[in-house]
Design a protein around this ligand. Structure first.
Ligand SMILES: [Zn+2]
Length: 480
């Protein structure tokens, strides 16, 4: 099987390997390229719901065949919205507490409703969670920090992110998302700011540093959330693209970037047919103020906006740009609106967004198999935290009752337990050069088998900071 290289296939297949074999770290610097793909806010049942809907079964997505599969802890350093300069009130994480099936009278007060916790383990999962900013910072810098921080420490200092290490090493950098490109997750790989809410500052830093070779996402100042032209807006309309002055410079070609925005330009870039007009870098801002698709009117799936590129097209286009660098690249791809759908407890659009993300993973895998190889490219597919705590229909009475498959084309039966992020363990799938390094820090967690029915080799987890270390190790880069 082309996808699986032999050494790691044994881990996937659950064969008995000695601890020494599992723990043996691959040599550093094996990977020329790393692609990190993040479905924002996707607990295990988000992945499963999408798989049931699309395939009527589990195990059919391209990453289900990846040889390294385990889980990730995602908690922040603390839940303050600003630096605390101290370890007081640090969030702790004890995976045992997720499986405490004692009845609980606690409630989680969400934006939409109050959600009964039902069980102590649910209560633990519902609280002290990371936001996307602290999670992006952990994934991009290897450092835990406070919620709100974009590449920023709890001591109020900027943190060097993997994008900087990559660019300084002469490799290319690409960052793309289905939400605004200055939103928390892409921002963590591009910029440094005390607060994720300073969108204009974050976007301006990304453009002015010129560090990334490709930046793509939504956030267009002149279109609304339905992809329709918007009336000339005030400064706020330009916040996601760095303010009006930055946008005008981009549009006039006075930055290192070629600005593209039409769906056709994204398609042309994906097909290698876009005229870059003398530029080598791309800033793609799709014609939507918020997300490619999720934020359009209505709640149902289908009826998608016709003038938006999908994430797979953007991924192909970005790969065309960053793979021109003979030294290799680091590319981050985010399915950003999976999180928005979970906040809205909108299962149809959750599945739609996760499926769009899954197609982007397929595009990346196809690129590796056609244009590169698993010996020189690493793909890691993961999420930054859970959201919605989706469990089975009887999960209010039965602890971690599984969601119920209704067959392809039908939504599974499920129940939401929050409209916010969670502290649950979330999946990571990896394949290619240096993937096994993820296992070097893994802690055993057999209850993942008990409650989520994951096979023995996947009953373990690492901290989200170890994903940064794995990417750096694969690329032969050292933090300094
Ligand atoms: Zn997030």
């Amino acid at each position: 099987m082309k996808l699986l290289n032999k050494a790691v296939f044994a881990v996937f297949a659950g064969l008995a390997l000695s601890a020494a074999q599992v723990q043996a770290a691959p040599a550093a610097g094996k990977a020329k390229n790393v692609i990190l793909m993040i479905s924002d806010g996707a607990g295990i049942n988000t992945w499963r719901a999408a798989s049931y809907y699309r395939h009527g079964a589990l195990g059919k997505e391209v990453y289900d065949k990846f040889p390294v599969q385990l889980f990730v802890s995602t908690h922040p350093l603390n839940t303050s919205k600003q630096p605390t300069f101290s370890n007081r009130n640090a969030v702790r994480f004890d995976s045992e507490k997720l499986w405490d099936n004692k009845r609980s009278d606690a409630q989680y007060k969400g934006e939409k409703a109050s959600y009964p916790s039902r069980f102590a383990g649910y209560h633990y999962a519902q609280n002290d969670f990371t936001d996307s900013a602290a999670a992006a910072t952990a994934l991009a810098t290897g450092m835990k920090t406070y919620n709100n921080a974009i590449g920023w420490s709890n001591d109020d200092k900027p943190l060097k992110n993997i994008g900087e290490y990559v660019a300084n090493s002469g490799k290319a950098l690409g960052v793309l998302t289905s939400v605004q490109w200055s939103h928390a997750t892409p921002a963590g790989f591009l910029s440094h700011n005390r607060s994720r809410n300073n969108y204009a500052e974050i976007a301006k830093e990304a453009v002015e540093s010129g560090r990334a070779d490709v930046i793509m996402g939504a956030g267009h100042p002149k279109f609304d959330k339905n992809g329709l032209p918007a009336a000339a807006g005030d400064d706020k309309a330009y916040q996601y693209v760095g303010g009006k002055e930055t946008w005008d410079k981009l549009a006039a070609g006075k930055t290192p970037y070629k600005l593209i925005e039409s769906k056709q330009d994204f398609i042309n870039l994906a097909n290698g047919k876009l005229d870059l007009g003398g530029k080598t870098k791309i800033l793609g801002t799709a014609q939507n103020h918020t997300t490619l698709q999720f934020d359009r009117n209505g709640n149902a799936a289908g009826g998608q906006l016709a003038n938006q590129p999908d994430l797979a097209t953007m991924t192909k286009g970005a790969l065309n740009v960053v793979s021109r660098n003979p030294k290799g690249f680091f590319l981050m791809v985010e399915g950003g609106a999976v999180d928005w759908a979970a906040h809205a407890n909108n299962l149809p659009r959750l599945v739609e967004e996760q499926t769009d993300f899954n197609r982007a993973v397929e595009a990346a895998v196809n690129w590796v198999e056609k244009n590169s190889s698993w010996n020189e490219t690493l793909i890691m597919v993961t999420t930054d935290h859970g959201n919605g705590f989706l469990q089975g229909p009887d999960s209010d009475r039965n602890f971690y009752n599984p969601i119920v498959n209704q067959g392809a084309g039908k939504l599974p039966l499920a129940r939401w337990h929050t409209d916010n992020h969670t502290r649950e363990l979330v999946p990571v799938y990896a394949h290619g050069a240096g993937a096994e390094y993820l296992l070097t820090a893994a802690k055993s967690e057999p209850k993942l088998g008990t409650y989520f029915n994951v096979p023995k080799p996947a009953q373990k987890f690492v901290d989200n900071t170890h994903i940064f270390r794995t990417a750096m190790h694969a690329l032969g880069l050292r933090r300094h």
